[in-house]
Design a protein around this ligand. Structure first.
Ligand SMILES: C[S@@+](CC[C@H](N)C(=O)[O-])C[C@H]1O[C@@H](n2cnc3c(N)ncnc32)[C@H](O)[C@@H]1O
Length: 208
């Protein structure tokens, strides 16, 4: 599938009706979601036939993109029932059978899903609404759940703390080889248009 096709497909995904600011319910735009998923799929082959988790899935734009790109199964996790109701409606509209969802607090998942997923994708809360540090808790959970790769969107200003968190967590897993990098995913145009909140870069790591 071409990037433009993926992006226009994701434009059909319904978003939050009444976004809850305290839960940082800012949707990933079809452009960012499309660029991110297209790269994960085409450059790293981490979606097709893989078991994918989407943490803080909201209305499901990342999950739906992963499912459209033929994930074996994509499971979305979110704390908010209203968002998951919209996500369910989206799944029905898209007639997808390779999606599931779980309502839970991602920060309380602990080791229940340790290494159960190949790939974790997410646009986590950034920790700007009296929930400081939640982005790092999401990263910690993602790293524990993934056997191969984590792809996560973060504010550029938190790059150093994200790097430190990941290096610490990854070294404690004692994996032999690690590819650990930030990728911009061609988001600069978006960054210029939308200002600080979406001044994002994509952090990703793969364990081999
Ligand atoms: C920035 S939004 C991203 C939504 C969606 N993934 C997207 O890309 O459009 C963050 C999401 O995290 C969810 N969230 C916030 N705190 C959470 C928590 N403790 N556990 C699970 N989900 C949470 C919110 O409800 C929201 O849907």
């Amino acid at each position: 599938m071409k990037l433009k096709e993926l992006e226009s497909c994701l434009q059909q995904v319904d978003g939050f009706e009444e976004p809850k600011i305290l839960l940082e319910q800012y949707p990933t735009s079809p452009h960012i979601a499309g660029c991110m998923l297209y790269t994960i799929h085409n450059t790293f082959d981490d979606i097709q036939n893989k078991l994918v988790a989407d943490l803080g899935c909201g209305c499901g734009v990342l999950s739906i993109g992963a499912a459209v790109l033929d994930a074996g199964l994509c499971v979305g996790f979110d704390i908010d029932e209203d968002a998951l109701d919209i996500f369910k409606g989206n799944v029905e509209d898209f007639e997808l059978s390779n999606i599931d969802m779980v309502q839970c607090d991602v920060c309380s998942i602990g080791s229940s899903y340790a290494k159960k997923f190949d790939t974790v994708i997410m646009n986590p809360p950034f920790g700007t609404k009296h929930n400081q540090g939640i982005d790092m808790q999401f990263l910690q959970t993602a790293i524990s759940m993934a056997s191969t790769a984590v792809y996560s969107l973060h504010k550029t200003s938190t790059r150093d703390s994200s790097d430190m968190t990941c290096q610490h967590l990854i070294s404690s897993t004692k994996r032999s080889r690690l590819i650990f990098k930030w990728t911009s995913f061609d988001l600069l145009q978006h960054k210029r248009q939308k200002g600080n909140r979406v001044a994002l870069q994509n952090f990703s790591y793969r364990l081999l």
